[in-house]
Design a protein around this ligand. Structure first.
Ligand code: UDX
Length: 446
């Protein structure tokens, strides 16, 4: 099939490359010439394990191309919408400017021909009601262009794997069963290889498909904030939240995943998605249904200040003149994404309280230097921890979790370690002479 992906950011570029990997001819369209040039050379603009190989292989084969010229998408059967829906400045709601512009681009340049309609398949996370609105816009255009909502569930760091081996595929289809069946068949043809692996495929109406995505992200965010609330209780009582999470996680109904307490969630999805969901619920007159998400957000943001206070409390509440080594800037490991990163926010708060902050990150260093020239960024852990008064592990890169406390000890001025992700072995650090503090991780002999 001939496919286009409108928007070649994280979601769009990975989707485009993975569709080419399935054997389709794919054209990625973006307005950013620099990004398009890079992708067209087969170079990834972001850090994502496994993506550079899939990208390079498919660019080389000619199945995958990138362009800024919208006329090149004219004869595609499916146009995947993968543009961003960022949080609006100063508001909770999602900014739909890029989605609306992408739809206008398709409506202007797509040339439906033959029996089947051209399909717009939305992948971006959008406020519920968007697909219906876009379908109305398509109908008004007079062109044979139809809409399906096909949400994307990929995680950064696992983007290729999640796209090529998803847990489930969801099609949000129009209520007209005849048109819906046609669109289902077009998507089935596109995903034939994935569906042959027995991946569950759910057919729904538009609002259900849109809600599936935000409901899933809200649930994940709630799980994290739940365990972080338990961490607050653990701190008040001397209990250990890592043991608590393990023990409750043995119950299948709860499950072990997404119960890692620490400095909380960040990134380009969970924080903005729960806020946009609250805003949309307000517009729909059902804001009470989601007031719990305010608490989820508040618990999450409180973790950052807690981490800063832990560092300050080591020095009688004053950080002025203290050297803090921050290990990690990305919002999660195996990513160079700094969007709403708890690590970067904590580094900024420490700096604002007068600390001499030095940051290192295995992948996000260059992006960080560009985004935050005010911060002191270094290339190695050795440089970061030199003469530090406290070391803080804020992103759980393997590189940091495997640090040797014995080898680190002589490098610092004062041996305080704050484990913001509860990933270090407290006993090993204590035995090497460090004062170890986790997040909700009371020190116990058990
Ligand atoms: C998320 C969803 O998982 C994915 O399905 C959706 O498509 C996009 O949003 P992503 O943002 O890549 O994916 O990251 P994820 O792995 O979900 O982690 C989000 C944040 O939660 C990170 O900052 C991570 O450190 C934090 N987290 C995750 C915790 O603090 N504790 C946990 O137990 C799990």
């Amino acid at each position: 099939m001939r496919l286009s992906t409108i928007g070649c950011g994280y979601l769009g570029a990975v989707h485009a490359a993975c569709m080419a990997e399935l054997g389709h001819e794919v054209i990625g369209l973006d307005v950013d010439q620099g990004k398009v040039d890079k992708l067209a050379r087969g170079e990834s603009p972001f850090h994502e394990p496994g993506f550079p190989e899939v990208l390079a292989r498919n660019v080389e084969s000619g199945r995958l191309r990138f362009t800024t010229d919208p006329t090149e998408i004219a004869d595609c059967q499916i146009h995947f919408i993968g543009v961003g829906t960022p949080q609006m400045q100063g508001r909770y709601a999602a900014d739909m400017t890029y989605v609306d512009a992408a739809i206008e681009t398709v409506l202007t340049h797509a040339h439906p021909q033959g029996e089947r309609p051209v399909l717009i398949a939305g992948k971006s996370t959008v406020p519920v009601g968007t697909a219906e609105r876009i379908a109305g816009r398509c109908a008004a255009s007079g062109k044979d262009i139809a809409v399906a909502w096909n949400p994307e569930f990929l995680r950064e760091g696992f983007a290729v794997q999640d796209t090529l081996h998803p847990d489930r595929i969801v099609y949000g289809l129009p209520e007209d069963r005849e048109v819906g069946a046609q669109l289902r068949d077009i998507l089935d043809e596109c995903y034939a290889q994935l569906l042959s692996e027995d991946i569950p495929r759910l057919l729904t109406n538009y609002p259900t498909a849109e809600l599936v995505k935000v409901a899933a992200n809200s649930f994940l965010a709630t799980k994290i904030s739940f365990i972080n609330a338990m961490a607050e209780l653990c701190d008040a009582t001397g209990a250990d939240v890592t043991k608590l999470a393990e023990a409750i996680g043995h119950d299948d109904r709860i499950g072990k995943k997404f119960l890692r307490a620490g400095i909380g969630f960040g990134g380009g999805c969970l924080p903005k998605d729960i806020r946009a969901f609250m805003a949309r619920a307000g517009e729909l007159g059902v804001d009470q249904a989601l007031t719990f998400l305010r608490e989820v957000d508040a618990i999450n943001l409180r973790r950052r200040e807690t981490a800063v206070d832990m560092a300050a409390d080591l020095f009688g509440g004053r950080l002025v003149g203290r050297k803090v080594a921050v290990l990690g800037a990305a919002f999660k490991p195996d990513s160079d994404d700094l969007r709403d990163s708890p690590a970067l926010d904590i580094a900024t708060r420490l700096w604002a309280r007068g600390a001499d902050v030095v940051i290192t990150d295995p992948a996000a260093g260059d992006a960080l230097r560009r985004a935050r020239p005010d911060l002191h960024v270094v290339d190695t852990v050795e440089q970061a921890v030199k003469n530090a008064d406290v070391v803080m592990v804020l992103t759980e890169w393997k590189h940091f979790t495997e640090l040797d406390p014995e080898e680190m000890r002589p490098r610092v001025r004062e041996a305080h370690i704050i484990d913001g992700r509860n990933v270090l072995d407290p006993k090993a650090w204590q035995q090497a002479g460090w004062h170890y503090q986790g997040m909700g991780r009371g020190v116990s002999t058990w």
